[in-house]
Design a protein around this ligand. Structure first.
Ligand code: C2E
Ligand code: MG
Ligand code: MG
Length: 550
């Protein structure tokens, strides 16, 4: 068998193992390539064997990413580089852009001649059935399973577990080690439980679903997992203690959908981890039970979004320049209010709602309505004032977010230099390079971004060097009691100095007290925000604040 045939047979053996990771191999002398069938089908390419595939593929790439891609391929074929590694958007057969990471290498013969260009393309737009870190079923599959239970009207229990010291472990031992812990926990779930379905439910969460077990069995299972996580996890020879939290929901009212069940479980999980030191939180969606109220709220909020975001409104909280003492802009904050439930603060719904695909619609509604109000009312009185919008990680990770967001800006003809995007804490969970690319993109469009909630979760100072943001907003947990807490003073001074030296702006939020404001001013804070100046208010009240200032 000649070499090329053998190479192709080897290629076939691994090219068709995944729906979302494609492989390609190109004979650089003939420019004939072979591609994974899944890629050919997904993007409507002419066939698994193509001549001039580089140019064919280029047609699928987003016009704004095309030049970058083209230059890299030309450099590669002309021998200037041997490696290709980039993220770009490519249009699939249905006309939707998906984010792809493409990595490839030139293989040279003994005489240095370029023989093959081989590599892989990861399609981030398609959810795989299995999670790559834990090898468990993904959240996508979990939601599908819950839907099937509902359609079959089958009663079941769902137990969510996660560890509340995970961020700490990640920070101390690093991301790779963190992944190994997750894997070890997942392996135990698979080994130990054979009569339930086990899922990776996003981030560091796991879900265990059973239609066979009773509540007492689920409790017993949770107790065993608690014991295992405290005493039996060993990674790279190191004993690791996971502090678990858990929530268990009994589902036998089939009127609410799987997203509501999921969100309810996550709220319970957070309550267990952050308020109850890991005690199991139990819900029933039987409407005679008090724990049913949460499910009713989630369902109502989701229905509101489905009804065109009816019930949502916006408030604006002024941002003040520390030197001038004058307002320089405001942050838009969302509210939800609907009878008979009344007003529910975002702290009660944002966390779980951000994880729900439906949040995407609400995010666009917020952006559109805030920009409209700001342009019509605020900018006509003071054209310098800036509008800050919060952006959640689930918005940012959607490939069409950039495009849809810019469409809104264009539609409203909003001045881009009067817009700031606040990337909320969980955006730091996204892949760092991906996050950086998004920030660079918005920057290239004239829209600045800042890191919100700085000082909490994953807020390493090294991020400031890597991410080209224009500023940071120090979380209010750092600001509260700053005047009496020496440790907070040391950390706040260090964060502010570091950001300032790099040339970034520093906003301090949650300022309620003028002593603390004065201390922060001395440390070099650029902007202030907090009840000391104003609570978040409706647009009409906000307009009267501007008028007073003028
Ligand atoms: P955030 O972006 O860090 O917003 C600041 C929160 O602190 C707001 O709470 C604000 O009302 C509150 N706050 C401001 N000044 C003070 C103060 O002096 N003292 C105290 N105790 N609190 C103060 P809110 O409106 O409840 O929002 C909570 C979080 O919900 C926000 O935190 C943000 O992460 C999220 N959120 C709110 N609106 C939106 C939105 O439109 N989109 C997205 N993605 N997230 C939003
Ligand atoms: Mg914010
Ligand atoms: Mg904040």
């Amino acid at each position: 068998m000649d070499d090329i045939k053998l190479v192709y047979r080897v290629f076939e053996a691994f090219a068709n193992t995944s729906k979302s990771r494609y492989a390609f191999i190109c004979d650089m002398k003939t420019d004939i390539s072979r591609w994974s069938i899944a890629c050919v089908e997904e993007f409507g390419l002419p066939g698994v064997e193509m001549k001039g595939a580089g140019l064919i593929w280029e047609e699928c790439i987003h016009p704004m990413d095309r030049e970058r891609y083209h230059n890299s391929i030309v450099d590669l074929f002309e021998g200037r580089i041997d490696k290709h590694d980039m993220v770009y958007r490519a249009k699939n057969k249905s006309g939707n852009y998906v984010a792809c990471t493409c990595t490839g290498t030139v293989i040279r013969g003994e005489d240095g001649e370029a023989l093959y260009f081989v590599g892989t393309i990861d399609n981030h737009g398609i959810a795989n059935e299995y999670d790559s870190v834990t090898a468990l079923y993904t959240k996508q599959k979990l939601l599908e399973t819950l839907r099937e239970y509902r359609e079959n009207r089958e009663k079941y229990y769902i137990l969510f577990v996660s560890a509340y010291n995970f961020i700490e472990l990640n920070n101390v031992y690093g991301y790779e080690f963190g992944n190994k812990i997750l894997r070890c926990f997942a392996d135990h779930l698979l080994d130990y439980i054979d009569d339930c379905e086990v899922f990776h439910a996003g981030g560091t969460r796991f879900a265990i679903v059973s239609s066979e077990r009773e509540l007492k069995d689920m409790r017993k299972l949770y107790d065993e997992l608690l014991h295992f996580s405290r005493h039996s996890i060993e990674v790279d020879g190191l004993a690791v203690t996971l502090m678990l939290g858990g929530s268990c929901t009994e589902v036998y009212d089939f009127c609410v959908d799987e997203h509501t069940i999921y969100s309810n479980g996550i709220i319970g999980l957070d309550e267990s981890m952050y308020e109850k030191h890991g005690e199991l939180v139990i819900f029933s969606n039987n409407n005679r039970d008090k724990s049913h109220e949460k499910i009713v709220t989630i369902n109502a909020i989701r229905n509101s979004i489905n009804a065109g975001c009816d019930g949502f409104s916006l408030r604006y909280q002024p941002v003040i320049g520390s030197e001038s003492g004058k307002m320089i802009g405001a942050e838009a904050l969302v509210r939800w209010n609907k009878d008979p439930l009344g007003e529910v603060p975002p702290s009660d719904f944002i966390n779980w709602l951000e994880d729900d695909p439906i949040f995407y619609e609400l995010g666009l509604w917020i952006a559109k309505n805030a920009m409209k109000q700001w342009k019509e009312k605020v900018l006509s009185v003071n054209p310098d004032l800036k509008l800050s919008l919060n952006v959640a990680y689930t918005q940012l990770e959607r490939v069409d977010f950039r495009k849809q967001f810019l469409n809104i800006i264009d539609e409203i003809d909003f001045p881009k230099n009067r817009l700031v995007l606040e990337l909320t804490e969980r955006c730091r969970l996204l892949d760092k390079t991906f996050l950086r690319n998004e920030i660079v993109y918005f920057k290239s469009q004239g829209v600045g971004t800042i890191l919100d909630d700085f000082g909490t979760g994953f807020s390493a100072l090294e991020l400031l060097l890597f991410l080209p943001v224009v500023g940071i907003k120090i979380d209010k947990s750092f600001i509260t009691n700053l005047d009496i807490d020496e440790k907070k003073q040391i950390v706040a001074t260090a964060i502010i100095k570091c950001a300032k030296d790099i040339g970034m702006s520093i906003t301090a939020e949650g300022i309620e007290d003028s002593n603390i404001r004065d201390m922060l001013k001395e440390y070099g804070t650029t902007y202030f925000q907090g009840y000391l100046y104003s609570k978040p208010v409706k647009i009409d009240e906000f307009m009267s604040l501007i008028t007073v200032q003028i």
